[in-house]
Design a protein around this ligand. Structure first.
Ligand SMILES: *[C@@H]1O[C@H](CO)[C@@H](O)[C@H](O)[C@H]1NC(C)=O
Ligand SMILES: *[C@@H]1O[C@H](CO)[C@@H](O)[C@H](O)[C@H]1NC(C)=O
Ligand SMILES: *[C@@H]1O[C@H](CO)[C@@H](O)[C@H](O)[C@H]1NC(C)=O
Ligand SMILES: *[C@@H]1O[C@H](CO)[C@@H](O)[C@H](O)[C@H]1NC(C)=O
Length: 554
């Protein structure tokens, strides 16, 4: 197979995206160079942002570095170069870093750490004191495993230096071993890459991408559990109705579905699941149009009712799915989150996934996330915004077409595997498994993928990518992500062990994760924390989240 290394350089994007606020800024600081260099090797992306700034003033002043990075990325390097001297960030365990940080703050030194979470991006901000007429270079590196959806993946680069920059450049290098079928530059700074392949092996590590599309869909049994409590009133319930009408129209005729609305009491559209015939769908739409908000929130009873409905329906040869939409905490019936989690887990018994959509920031998102993770699903935040109905539909589309159930990826001669069994596989998604090959040879390394009761052996072709290290880093990245997720579900010693392992890997690979922080010793020996990973449930402040904007090429 031909190797393709694609380089795309975009210049002068700034003309259309200079923030007007920049005009009001003092002109005593000059960002004279701003470069972004992104290297994508088989979907593992490493991005380096380099900003060179001059202090034009005849006295020392604080110079800020303020960029946005993708939420799913881990920062892996930060350095500042001032007057020929380089100050490198060091990744430390968070608690240790926090102590030093607090000392620095109480000692009156400038703190400078700010981070906040938006929908897709988070802020990285820091600052340093620069002498009169001196320069500073900031360099930030972050890594991420890009998600493939419908054969396409997206690299998001946010470039807003907030000032006119003389030398502004974005380089994107893409290496895909089977070639790129489509390269699309959308909104100037979003690249789409389509490709397909299976396996890569290097340096004793392998990564397996599994995304078959030429499989027949299997019918689904889906129950929607919709919160109609008082807090949903207004725009939220309107958007929910809109989304549900679209979703119902998208059901396939051989799907079966049920609808439950809940507040303090539970209401079902029909007591059992019905086939998605035209007539039934029309009738369900009438029910949806009549949904109105009011009352308290009995999540426990609503979910248990839905589980009951699915359990009463034969599941042979189909995929069952529960989708819960809520915007608040349980306030009536069983209100203890731990009890609810226990009840739901017991009722579902690992048979099918429960997906939870948390609407807005008044929900206990940690509770919803755990509720779903314990039942093979995921928790997702729906941001209160004009496009909330589209976010709901977008989520539904991800699980709309089940292709496989009970997927087990089995490998011989490997160790330290990332997650390799999956409850369901949907069209458009992708399974990624990485691991270590035990005796570093391909002779004993075999794979098979088992689902339902059929087996097929994967296409095992190996190749040597140029950046050999990336598979090892990809493995570490995926392992840390999954350990962090698993920690939510574990208790006591198991949780401690998962945490220990995730921390060790984060430190070894220098990832800034929720368990670590990056500390840099600045001039004047002032040590400070420059980066930590903010939590999703932290409510973003208005300034840093909503206003994220991607430059447009005209
Ligand atoms: C961008 O990064 C790649 C990979 O690290 C490197 O080979 C290349 O020289 C860099 N390009 C620029 C312009 O710095
Ligand atoms: C800095 O420049 C201003 C005018 O531009 C001048 O008034 C001031 O004396 C200068 N300060 C120093 C320390 O040179
Ligand atoms: C899966 O998605 C692909 C790409 O959108 C489409 O071509 C294919 O028909 C879908 N398969 C099924 C079974 O719906
Ligand atoms: C990988 O697995 C081996 C043995 O199976 C173990 O000794 C080693 O510590 C593991 N490495 C990591 C980084 O987990």
């Amino acid at each position: 197979m031909d190797k393709v290394a694609l380089k795309l350089t975009l210049f002068g994007l700034l003309f259309t995206c200079v923030n007007l606020a920049a005009k009001n800024k003092k002109q005593d600081i000059d960002i004279y160079s701003f470069h972004i260099n992104s290297t994508v090797t088989s979907r593992y992306a490493t991005t380096v942002i380099t900003s060179r700034v001059a202090n034009l003033l005849n006295q020392s002043q604080e110079v800020h570095f303020d960029v946005k990075i993708p939420k799913d990325a881990f920062i892996s390097q930060f350095r500042m170069t001032i007057e020929g001297k380089t100050y490198d960030g060091v990744v430390k365990e968070k608690e240790e870093a926090q102590q030093q940080y607090n000392q620095a703050v109480s000692g009156g030194q400038s703190a400078g750490l700010v981070s906040a979470v938006g929908r897709t991006l988070e802020d990285f901000k820091t600052s340093v004191t620069v002498a009169a007429f001196s320069k500073v270079t900031f360099e930030l590196t972050y890594e991420e495993l890009l998600k493939r959806r419908l054969g396409t993946y997206e690299l998001l680069i946010n470039a807003q230096p907030m000032q006119l920059v003389a030398d502004f450049k974005i380089d994107v290098h893409i290496q895909e071993n089977t070639g790129i079928s489509l390269l699309e530059v959308k909104g100037a700074l979003i690249l789409h890459v389509k490709y397909s392949y299976f396996f890569q092996v290097s340096n004793g590590y392998f990564v397996h991408y599994f995304a078959p599309t030429d499989i027949q869909r299997i019918p689904k049994n889906v129950v929607f559990i919709i919160d109609e409590s008082g807090s949903m009133s207004g725009t939220k319930i309107e958007q929910t109705r809109l989304a549900m009408l679209e979703i119902l129209s998208d059901l396939a005729e051989d799907d079966h579905f049920g609808l439950i609305t809940f507040s303090g009491h539970i209401q079902t559209w029909k007591p059992e699941l019905l086939k998605a015939t035209e007539g039934n769908v029309e009738e369900a739409k009438m029910f949806v149009k009549r949904i109105k908000s009011g009352g308290s929130t009995d999540i426990n009873a609503a979910v248990l009712k839905a589980v009951d409905m699915i359990n009463n329906y034969p599941q042979e040869g189909s995929a069952s799915i529960l989708i819960l939409l809520t915007d608040g905490d349980p306030t009536t019936g069983e209100t203890n989150p731990v009890k609810i989690q226990e009840n739901v887990k017991k009722a579902i018994g690992e048979k099918f996934p429960l997906y939870s959509l948390g609407f807005g920031f008044d929900v206990n998102f940690e509770f919803l996330k755990k509720l779903s993770l314990e039942n093979n699903g995921v928790g997702r935040r729906i941001y209160e915004d004009s496009d909330a109905d589209k976010q709901l539909q977008g989520f539904y589309e991800e699980v709309a077409v089940p292709l496989l159930t009970d997927v087990h990826l089995n490998y011989q001669g490997v160790t330290n595997l990332t997650q390799s069994t999956f409850n369901q596989y949907y069209n458009g998604s992708e399974i990624v498994v990485a691991g270590q090959i035990t005796d570093n040879s391909l002779e004993t390394f075999t794979t098979e993928v088992v689902y339902h009761s059929s087996v097929f052996t994967g296409d095992l072709s190996s190749d040597r990518p140029e950046h050999e290290n990336f598979i090892k880093r990809l493995w570490a990245f995926l392992t840390v992500k999954q350990l962090l997720e698993k920690m939510v579900l574990l208790k006591d010693l198991e949780k401690e062990n998962a945490k220990k392992e995730a921390l060790e890997l984060s430190l070894e690979y220098k990832f800034v994760t929720p368990l670590t922080s990056m500390v840099v010793t600045k001039p004047q020996d002032e040590e400070m924390q420059v980066a930590h990973k903010p939590k999703e449930e932290e409510k973003p402040n208005r300034h840093s989240s909503g206003s994220t904007k991607i430059c447009q090429i005209k």
